[in-house]
Design a protein around this ligand. Sequence first.
Ligand code: PMP
Length: 355
Amino acid sequence: MSRFWSPVVERLVPYTPGEQPKGGTFIKLNTNENPYGPSPRALEAIRASTDGRLRLYPDPAAADLAQAIGAGFGLGPENVFLGNGSDEVLAHAFHAFFAGRGPILFPDVTYSFYRSTCALYGIEYREIALDDSFRTDPADWRAPCGGMVIANPNAPTGIALPLAALRQILAQAPDTLVLVDEAYVDFGGASAAGLVAEFDNLLVVQTFSKSRSLAGLRVGFALGQPPLIEALRRIKDSFNSYPLGHLALAGALAAWEDRAWFEQTRAQVMAERGRMAAGLAGQGFQVLPSATNFLFASHAALRAETLLADLRAQGILVRHFTAPRIRNWLRISVGTAQDGDALLQATARIAAARA
Ligand code: PMP
């Protein structure tokens, strides 16, 4: 606190990202990074982009990348908005579409960044209670409200909402903007990108951080009809009119075009997810069905906070949230098969020691 703080800063409760340890050698299963790394073609393109271009400003329209991403969904560059990671895209979207309106809706268990962004822009929200299996009923998502935010698949639960349910939500609230956060969609969810042409109240947000393993490059994007994209550009240009630097533009474009790497690595993640889920279930964990690159798991006989600490002591980082409803759950990112083996051995040791 300082007397120089504005009321806006006073009310902020910033989002706390997962730990990025400086020292030590940890098996990092706490921030849903992709263990396989980005396409080698992306790394090469990033290296090549450190040539004389860095003296110059990047393309403010990010035209080549917007074109390529749009084409991937049968859309045009006028349907694509780019930002520094999907967090930035989400923040701009909250500002552009929700600030100054009535309360927006999102689930009681979801990505906590939404709450922080509401605090930033003074947006009120109402939480929709997920049922006992952490699923949502489309009938609960009703106007009037200031907007709706649906992470699909949801985080940290990993549960996907079928496209038919999303379609119902979009159709029953045609005058309400529905923001669908698809950070994890490439690991088994169904993307709403194909509904963009049909619904002018839909904004889909995706990222290069997960399925393209470029969390460190910070590239995310939104897909929507042109008036929505225009609103996001107005907001962004009032902050910083260059969406991405040369390195990010070049790396993301090459990663986007390397379809083979994308397909191969996401298949590996999904296969390892199945193996890890079966292993944990075999040890008595309840594991939610995941359409993401992480598992949400709980053990009736082992407190999540104890597990978190014991795993850390064995060099494995996982994520724990303190919200009462999910206090006994851990979110565990899918790593390599080696990481998975280490995790399963550690959980077995912990269970045996505490039995
Ligand atoms: N949405 C969800 C649901 C997430 O879990 C994350 C990652 N923490 C993001 C968006 C943001 O990812 P990024 O900013 O790296 O694109």
